[in-house]
Write a protein of this length. Sequence first.
Length: 114
Amino acid sequence: MPKEYGPTIAGTIWPNDYKTTAAHPAFKTSNKYHLKVDEAFLKHLVQALRTEGAEPRIAVAVWENAEEGKNTLYVKLEAVAGTPQDTPQPEPQPEPEPEPASSFPPEIHDDIPF
């Protein structure tokens, strides 16, 4: 099953003016700027749950932006129905070949002055 892209939701994430510790987020949405998840977005994800072999996923894209004199982030979320095979797996790394054994006995190398 190939990936099936669905509806998107988007919005702006603003600098957190109330950040006082490293544990607080640097950017966040607030009140009227929260991202609204609509019915079509949810239906696409639920349909993926009901489809055998599919996994509901959310693709995220982020752009740097400036609004009202502040650096902001514009985020776009897209509902995706995918399969585990859609997730790229790391390529297996070949085993390094062992270095060839020297045909000279080890004591010969110790006597060479250079």
